[in-house]
Design a protein around this ligand. Structure first.
Ligand code: ZN
Length: 156
């Protein structure tokens, strides 16, 4: 493992990377999308089950990638289940800024716990190449819930 990358790895990332949550293909998924980060070789498929009220009833993923991309997908699926699509969009916006080291500004109180969890991944801001690993799952679920089917980190 490269030294600069090692700093980035914290216990929680390693844990999610090794034992990803929601790593499965739900039979009743209403949509899915593929995410591809060719720079690192991360390839994920994200499945979502969207309920009648535009809420995420289930989210899961399959695929392979580096520990950061898998850990991020694992944490993301945990966080989005039970949320409305609009809330997922808002969280993605916040998380993207965190990863790029941009000012996040005022965040809704209801996201406090989620943002705290996502904080461990925001260390990628020091490693621009890794931002794509950390955000791939979010780009992919965004594509799934908004009806696109493939995203590539090339145009992020
Ligand atoms: Zn990666």
């Amino acid at each position: 493992m490269e030294d600069d990358i090692r700093e980035l790895y914290q216990e929680v990332i390693l844990d999610h990377g090794k034992n990803p949550r929601n790593f499965r293909h739900p039979e009743d998924a209403t949509s899915e999308a593929n995410g591809n980060n060719p720079l690192c070789g991360d390839k994920l498929t994200v499945f979502v089950k969207v309920g009648a009220c535009q809420n995420i009833e289930d989210a899961a993923f399959e695929g392979r990638g580096c520990a950061i991309s898998v850990a991020s997908a694992s944490m993301m699926t945990d966080i989005v289940i039970g949320k409305k699509i609009s809330e997922v969009d808002a969280l993605f916006g916040i998380f993207h800024k965190m990863c790029k080291g941009e000012e996040v500004g005022e965040t809704p109180e209801k996201f406090e716990d989620d943002i705290e969890k996502l904080m461990v991944l925001s260390g990628v801001k020091q490693f621009p190449m890794r931002v794509k690993c950390a955000t791939l799952a979010w780009h992919t679920i965004n594509a799934a819930v908004h009806g696109e089917h493939t995203v590539s980190s090339d145009n992020q």
